[in-house]
Design a protein around this ligand. Structure first.
Ligand code: ATP
Ligand code: MG
Length: 311
């Protein structure tokens, strides 16, 4: 069953086409990923799904009804974890959850029970009495996620919930998403970390510059670049001459130059290494490492856009 359908959605801020005609469907029970680099339009999309922004054009349907017809009603079904943490630093974790519970119309014993259940899920029970300003970034994130779960939403929408937090909290959040999903929660998860969406998501849309450039399961997306290899070359230094020489090599379909790294996409595995070494030896750069990457969503992104997904 389609829970949410986004139909030719656009959001322009004057000349900036933040979201430029995207369409996708989220099925009940799945974890749907929106993967894209900074500025792709993920948060703008999430804000529209959350009914916080009106689209320039296009529509969003929740269970077949436009969410803009009755946004207040729709919001009861949505649990929103925004990219920017929204908590009161001088209040405790418990008080913050109580605040959000009240905002969702929960009171008294019902709220108390729900806060207990939710703090169990986010694994933060023993620190609930501490002020939020004493929390680590990861703990603040967890409270933010807890706040979104209090009213038992049908659809959980998470906007880059693991940015800037410690690995342990990150792992905890990813596992929380999986276990919520196992119990039936539908999730929209945005990230610019391809490992996370590969790990979590049943289906993924890859977004860039306001457009969706591919949608599918991880395997379907990886099929787009089948037969191609991604090779990472690290150098002691990269010169214009080196880049020019490497670009001369046959069978290279994409080339991305970072600080001390060149990422190549190629269909030829046989002579490519010899060609690379020959070309580099004509320059005064040295190769520090050669790393042949398994095809992953990073390769798909590189293949489709000609640039790396990372920052
Ligand atoms: N309120 C706004 N006014 C003007 N431009 C905006 C506004 N919000 C977003 N933008 C622009 O729209 C584009 C998409 O931004 P958005 O925040 O949706 O991207 P994102 O994919 O969430 O990026 P990030 O990974 O950095 O969070 C960017 O160019 C951004 O500068
Ligand atoms: Mg964002």
């Amino acid at each position: 069953m389609t829970l949410l359908r986004v139909d030719n959605l656009k959001k322009y801020f004057k000349k900036i086409k933040a979201v430029d005609g995207i369409s996708f469907e989220v099925k009940k029970g799945e974890i749907f990923g929106l993967l894209g680099p900074n500025g792709a339009g993920k948060s703008t999309t999430i804000s529209m799904i959350s009914t916080l922004f009106k689209p320039t054009s296009g529509d969003i349907f929740f269970k077949g009804r436009s969410i803009f017809e009755n946004p207040i009603e729709i919001r009861k079904n949505l649990g929103i974890v925004p990219q920017e943490i929204a908590l009161y630093p001088t209040l405790s974790g418990y008080e913050n959850l109580r605040f959000w519970g009240n905002a969702y119309g929960l009171r008294g014993k019902k709220l108390k029970i729900r806060i207990e259940e939710v703090s169990e899920i986010i694994g933060i029970k023993d620190r609930l009495k501490d002020k939020v300003e004493k929390y680590s970034g990861g703990m603040k994130r967890r409270i933010n996620i807890g706040a979104a779960l209090l009213h038992k939403p049908e659809l959980l929408i998470m906007d880059e919930p693991t940015v800037g937090i410690d690995p342990q909290s990150r792992k905890h959040i990813l596992d929380t998403v999986l276990s919520l999903n196992k119990k039936g929660m539908t999730v929209i998860y945005t990230s610019h970390y391809m490992e996370e969406v590969e790990y979590l998501c049943n289906r993924i849309s890859i977004m860039d510059k306001g457009k969706i450039i591919a949608t599918g399961t991880k395997d379907e997306l990886i099929n787009i670049v089948n037969g191609q290899k991604v090779i990472n070359l690290k150098f002691d230094k990269i010169s214009k001459e080196l880049i020019r020489k490497i670009k001369d090599i046959n069978y290279i379909s994409q080339i991305e130059v970072l600080d001390d790294e060149i990422i190549l996409t190629t269909v030829n595995e046989n002579t490519i290494f010899k060609d690379i070494i020959d070309k580099v030896s004509e320059t005064d750069s040295n190769i520090l490492s050669i790393d042949v990457k398994k095809t992953n969503l990073e390769s798909v992104f590189l293949h489709l856009t000609g640039k790396a997904l990372r920052d």
